[in-house]
Design a binder for this molecule. Structure first.
Ligand code: EPU
Length: 360
């Protein structure tokens, strides 16, 4: 049996070691009993036992053994809902280097730190004349999260351009590179959200971006907006997307939110056909064969939820897919609203909504 003295000694030895390591790696920041409010765009005021901001793999790896488990790797927390205080270590990436690895006639290969702000990376790509991420303008979050979440908008997904994901095992500190195939990307899915959830922290993402114009303008009214700005240049596409998003989506700096709270459900084509007979306006997108993707925002709005609130959690008035924190909401408040919406959509349409946001 371990005596309480030896337990205390062990803990204090751990603390000594932490202080020592901290001294060496001044760039790293370790905060105990830390508030998470600045680390999630939903603005939930939960606590973490420890938050570690790390700026390189070399900094993080020697420390891993000493950190309290479980560990949760996050970026800006733009897709997270903390249901409770987090008892463990939250790893916040501050890896912000960017490097051009190579170039050929048609593309560039660029390595980007996981803590690089996603929208800054898009701007960097647009200014350099690199195609592939312009439709993903103004999405909150960081590069590492974009590789976990496979962010998507207006007909582009981050996985379209991802060549390699560089990661650190949280179990043994080993480094591993995942090819795009190994990441198993699908609509808002990757291996990092499924089989390997919680097992790796991403340090860098390597993107292959095109040098030849390849505008993707088929989504919604994007092509009209781009034409009105003067044609399909990278700058105009990026600006058009920024304007469309600003019209529909709340700025998390002003109103806490985690972007689309639910994924758009994919249902059997037969089920869609019978729903269409009853609801002729129900929109749809093509999905894998025999299936149809239905916009969750439409289902939620037409189940009467747009603009409604339940305590301090509300359905955003301009886009029903987004749940917002109107002030002081806890994760439980957000989930109470999400559960009520899910039950109501299920009852009305027989469709089950699944959260896109990561519930912690
Ligand atoms: N709709 C409604 N009511 C609403 C919202 C949407 O009827 O309140 C209808 C729209 O009229 C339209 C359809 O739903 O017919 C689609 O709406 P929108 O173009 O706004 O896109 P979305 O399907 O609601 C998805 C992504 C967004 C992304 C947009 C544009 C998901 C879960 N969401 O939303 O991504 O910006 O397409 O590509 O796939 C995010 O993931 O956080 C996010 C914002």
């Amino acid at each position: 049996m371990i005596s309480s003295f030896s337990m205390e000694r062990k803990i204090s030895k751990k603390k000594d070691y932490l202080q020592f390591v901290l001294g060496i790696f001044a760039a790293m920041k370790i905060t105990r009993n830390a508030r998470l409010i600045g680390h999630n765009t939903m603005g939930i005021d939960a606590m973490a036992d420890c938050i570690v901001e790390w700026a390189s793999a070399d900094e993080l790896i020697p420390l891993l053994d000493e950190l309290e488990r479980p560990m949760l790797a996050i970026g800006q927390g733009s897709n997270l809902v903390f249901m409770d205080d987090f008892h463990g270590t939250v790893l916040v990436s501050a890896v912000r280097d960017i490097e051009l690895l190579g170039q050929d006639d048609s593309s560039v290969l660029v390595k980007v730190g996981s803590g690089f702000v996603w929208d800054d990376f898009v701007t960097y790509a647009v200014l350099n004349g690199w195609w592939g991420v312009e439709n993903l303008t103004a999405i909150p979050g960081q590069v590492g999260a974009a590789a976990v979440q496979n962010i998507g908008a207006y007909g582009q997904e981050s996985s379209d351009c991802i060549e390699t994901v560089m990661a650190i095992s949280l179990e043994d500190g080993s480094r591993r590179e995942f090819s795009r195939d190994e990441c198993r990307y699908a609509y808002r899915q990757s291996i990092f959200k499924n089989e390997l959830k919680g097992k790796y922290a991403i340090s860098h993402v390597i993107f292959r971006l095109g040098l030849k114009p390849a505008p993707k303008l088929s989504y919604g009214n994007l092509s009209q907006k781009v034409e009105a700005l003067g044609g399909a240049t990278l700058a105009n596409i990026s600006r058009a997307v920024r304007e469309i998003r600003a019209e529909k989506l709340p700025d998390p700096a002003i109103l806490g939110n985690a972007g689309s709270f639910f994924m758009n459900p994919v249902i059997p084509a037969e089920q869609y056909k019978s729903l269409l007979a009853q609801y002729p306006d129900m929109p749809s997108y093509t999905a894998q064969s025999g299936m149809v993707k239905v916009p969750a925002g439409w289902l939620i709005e037409h189940a009467g939820w747009k603009g409604r609130s339940l305590g301090p959690a509300a359905v955003y008035e301009k886009q029903a897919l987004v749940l917002v924190n109107t002030g002081g909401a806890t994760g439980q408040d957000i989930m109470a609203l999400a559960n009520a919406i899910t039950a109501s959509v299920k009852e009305k349409y027989g469709i089950t909504l699944n959260p896109e946001a990561n519930l912690i």
